[in-house]
Design a protein around this ligand. Structure first.
Ligand SMILES: Nc1ncnc2c1ncn2[C@@H]1O[C@H](COP(=O)(O)OP(=O)(O)OP(=O)(O)O)[C@@H](O)[C@H]1O
Ligand SMILES: [Mg+2]
Length: 280
């Protein structure tokens, strides 16, 4: 299908979405999101929990289909493709899923080799060399024979990242890569995001709540709120943002409506002598 001239089509962007609308039942999650993810750059997508960041990411690789709107990869509309035709496109993406666990019963090396074995393109890879290469990239070559349970949470994330890039992707998607890690381990992941961008020359899309991480890795930033893009721009533009929704998010403050909702729940639970009902 020919690509129409959209407002963002002039940007050199391998990945684009246009007017994406997605809901589940009566819940409207994405309400018309148009974004371009610039080539070779890292775009950070910010937004409160539940605003649809993971849902948006899943559309980029056809794991979810839009109710309305379109998804493009290298100028080709992909949201209508069959699973079979999506296969080669998905191989261009490396994905670090939010809850993407390693297989416990496999060693680190077997976990990383898994996508190589899954891919039946008749190409003979030197599997061990490839696994060692990506393990070296994440600084964990010595864990080759270990099992996930023998690694720390931060190391497991790094192994998952090695697995995400073993097929040498053109685009890497990171869904909350630093969640659950302490600041030092988070920073190791940030450094890896920067290093992979340089060494593999990839386009990166990072979904995160972690503002320190966001400002460290971002070339370009987007904020989603209530299913729409509230701001898209450089990290500098985000630092100087005047939009109250963006400012509140960056300061880590709840909105007045959110606070009122919490206070209302509190009053409903309290009985007359100040105890909390139902806790006895
Ligand atoms: N497969 C699904 N079926 C039904 N509802 C879903 C599905 N996937 C997501 N949702 C709903 O869509 C909304 C957005 O979910 P999403 O996972 O994208 O949030 P998020 O912005 O990634 O949040 P977080 O920062 O907590 O990861 C949520 O209310 C979620 O419950
Ligand atoms: Mg999410």
């Amino acid at each position: 299908m020919p690509e129409t001239e959209g407002p963002t089509s002039k940007t050199d962007a391998p990945v684009r979405i246009e007017q994406l609308v997605k809901g589940f039942g009566r819940q409207r999650v994405l309400r018309g999101v148009t974004l371009s993810f610039p080539r070779g750059k890292t775009t950070v997508v910010l937004g409160p929990s539940g605003c649809g960041k993971s849902v948006m990411l899943k559309h980029l690789i056809g794991l979810l289909r839009p109710d309305k709107g379109r998804v493009f990869y290298e100028g080709e509309q992909i949201d209508l493709l069959s699973e079979r035709k999506l296969g080669p496109i998905r191989r261009e993406f490396g994905v670090l899923f939010q809850h993407g666990a390693l297989f416990d019963s496999m060693t680190v090396a077997e976990n990383i080799a898994f996508p190589l074995r899954e891919m039946r393109r008749g190409k003979a890879y030197d599997e061990e060399a490839r696994v060692r290469l990506v393990l070296r990239l994440v600084g964990l070559e010595h864990t080759y024979h270990r099992y996930p349970a023998e690694l720390s949470g931060g190391q497991q994330k790094r192994v998952a990242l090695a697995r995400a890039v073993v097929l040498r992707p053109k685009v890497v998607l990171y869904d909350e890569p630093t969640t659950g890690l302490d600041p030092i381990r988070s920073d190791v992941i940030n450094e890896l995001i920067l290093k992979l961008k340089q060494q593999l020359d990839v386009t990166s899309i990072v979904v995160t709540h972690d503002l320190a991480s966001a400002f460290k890795v971002a070339d370009h930033m987007v904020m989603l709120h209530e299913g729409k893009v509230v701001l898209e721009g450089s990290p500098e533009e985000f630092r100087n943002a005047t939009d109250p929704v963006v400012k509140r998010f960056l300061r880590g403050e709840a909105s007045e409506e959110e606070l009122q909702a919490i206070r209302a729940v509190g009053t409903g639970m309290r009985d007359t002598d100040g105890g909390m009902r139902g806790w006895e």
